[in-house]
Design a binder for this molecule. Structure first.
Ligand code: TRP
Ligand code: SF4
Length: 537
């Protein structure tokens, strides 16, 4: 597992704390999924039987908790289809404050785009409409190296993904479309990031071993570069909408973005270093200085140590370690300060940072303490100096996670099982037929259904309503749900309605695709890979 240097998970009081993870979703939605255990594998067949585990085991946060901070949230957010996030607050804040921010996602062109991909297309498009810089990329290097597709196949699929994205409303003038193989900046950034990544991490995160192709590994650093690409001009909050199978990539990208930074800003109380938990305890001791300091304006470390030794906490070990550090510092004054640790800075950048700190400061060999800057100002200054001295100043990328759609035949929705999904290229009548043939959460007999109601939460057809067919109309989605569980709705009619809506959607979508067909030439995008010759495809 990778380190997560930016998240302070070890709060002194958090031991065994309840994480809200058992709460219900804000709106009823189809929670039907396969029965596998949680395994987040970007190249495997991820299904998630228990979304709660993602919160508990992987530290993904519940989307519900940021929902209020999002101006005019998308229906996938309102319905709990987007169920989790990392750091989405930073993006929501930029949205509200009209600061620069971006959204990016990528697609491996391994088959036809289907209604599962539509969710991600819609997420990118929505973020674009909310004012973000929007990026969509085709992960052709990944498809070629990790999945072994030929360049011909890749080109065909690429065209289809781009057409559907445009037909659904992506604005190519305002946003960015690229394929990995032709984006030199992404490849250069991938190379730089590769300097921070090593093979043991690939083993730990992705299970790579001695048999793993080098190009597959290269496609991983390429994805890391994709994720950070929107920040090449300037650091900005960036959201990556993906399925939870991509979370290992997000953790790694967040980690790399932090490791690339010139300085790490922390809070300190004296010359020595503290862990996050120790720091919180020392902060508590500092706040109680009236109880022990001989000179209130200058509490001493030793005095604070003596006080802290008797402090009741579940984090006993951290307390003891903090007490020892305080004791060792003896008469040194205990005094809050902001600390800049030199990570990867050039000498010139470190000098410039020291120079630019306002107010009282103290310079050490590999860090500098500032006494009159608050944490946020210090972060800002560190980033500014880094960017001015040739660094990237990356902000750790944020992510949002959507639920996987259940296959129409039950089980997992899979590109390789045509009956399990509806392709955006399916004939509208075929789409109609697939919905009519879908598994439902209905009861054995109509009578039983009227009596007990249907099981909308386990019904792939209800999912179609919630994820796609109801569009922005929450009332309609709710009506279907309530009529179903209340026994007023029977599956035959319900499927007929869904099938008709699906047929209509596909007709409209394909009409819009055709309109874009003629305009593809105007786009700055290479639809024909010139790698064909090189690889002999
Ligand atoms: N690995 C992703 C997939 O399998 C595709 C991808 C490549 C991607 N680069 C990305 C997704 C950047 C999100 C962001 O579908
Ligand atoms: Fe599913 Fe509709 Fe049947 Fe309810 S009535 S179980 S939503 S098909």
């Amino acid at each position: 597992m990778t380190r997560e240097p930016d998240t302070d998970t070890d709060e002194p009081t958090a031991d065994g704390a309840d994480t809200d993870a058992t709460r219900q979703d804000p709106l009823p939605d189809g929670g039907a999924t396969g029965a596998d255990d949680v395994a987040l594998d970007p190249w495997g067949s991820s299904t998630v039987s228990d979304y709660r585990k993602l919160f508990e085991e992987f530290g993904i946060e519940q989307f519900e908790e940021v929902l209020d901070e999002v101006p005019d949230p998308h229906y996938l957010m309102r319905r709990g289809v987007i169920f989790g996030h990392r750091d989405y607050r930073a993006v929501a804040r930029a949205m509200r404050d009209d600061d620069p921010w971006a959204a990016l996602s990528g697609f491996m062109p391994t088959g036809d785009p289907h209604i599962g991909h539509k969710m991600v297309f819609d997420e990118i498009i929505w973020h674009q409409q909310q004012g973000g810089d929007a990026y969509a990329l085709i992960a052709d290097l990944e498809a070629h190296s990790a999945r072994g597709l030929s360049w011909d196949e890749i080109d065909e699929h690429t065209r289809n993904y781009i057409l559907s994205l445009l037909a659904l409303g992506f604005d190519p003038e305002a946003g960015d479309l690229y394929r990995q193989s032709t984006n030199r900046e992404v490849q250069d950034l991938a190379f730089e990031l590769g300097i921070e990544a090593n093979f043991s991490e690939f083993q730990a995160i992705y299970g790579f071993d001695g048999e793993t192709d080098v190009s597959h590994m290269q496609s991983v650093v390429t994805q890391m570069a994709d994720i950070l690409y929107p920040q090449l001009d300037e650091p900005k909050p960036t959201v990556i909408p993906v399925g939870p199978d991509q979370d290992p990539h997000m953790r790694f990208a967040r980690d790399l973005s932090t490791r690339m930074r010139y300085f790490k800003v922390t809070d300190a109380f004296a010359s020595f270093e503290l862990t996050d938990t120790e720091r919180e305890l020392v902060a508590i001791a500092y706040d109680h200085r009236e109880e022990y300091a001989e000179d209130l304006d200058q509490p001493r470390c030793g005095e604070a140590g003596e006080w802290l030794a008797d402090y009741e906490t579940s984090a006993g070990e951290a307390r003891d370690a903090a007490v020892e550090k305080l004791d060792n510092a003896g008469k040194e004054p205990l005094r809050p300060r902001t600390r800049f640790l030199d990570r990867n800075a050039t000498d010139a950048a470190f000098d410039a940072l020291v120079e630019e700190i306002d107010g009282e400061k103290r310079r050490y060999e590999a860090h500098v303490d500032a006494f009159d800057l608050d944490h946020a100002e210090a972060e800002e200054l560190a980033r500014q100096v880094e960017v001015d001295h040739g660094g990237y100043g990356f902000i750790p990328p944020s992510s949002i996670y959507h639920r996987f759609m259940t296959g129409l035949t039950g089980g997992k929705m899979s590109s390789s099982i045509p009956a399990s999904h509806i392709s955006l290229l399916d004939d509208p009548e075929e789409g109609y037929d697939k919905v009519k043939a879908a598994t439902t959460g209905g009861r054995e007999t109509a009578e039983e259904q009227r009596e007990k109601g249907g099981k909308a939460d386990e019904c792939p057809v209800y999912e179609l309503y919630a994820y796609l067919l109801s569009g922005d109309d929450d009332e309609f989605a709710k009506e279907v749900y309530e009529e179903c569980v209340g026994g007023e709705r029977l599956c035959g009619g319900c499927k007929e309605q869904a099938a008709e809506l699906m047929e209509q959607f596909l007709e409209d979508h394909q009409e819009k695709r055709e309109e874009w067909e003629d305009k593809l030439d105007e786009l700055d995008f290479e639809f024909d890979s010139d790698r064909k010759r090189a690889s002999g495809d």
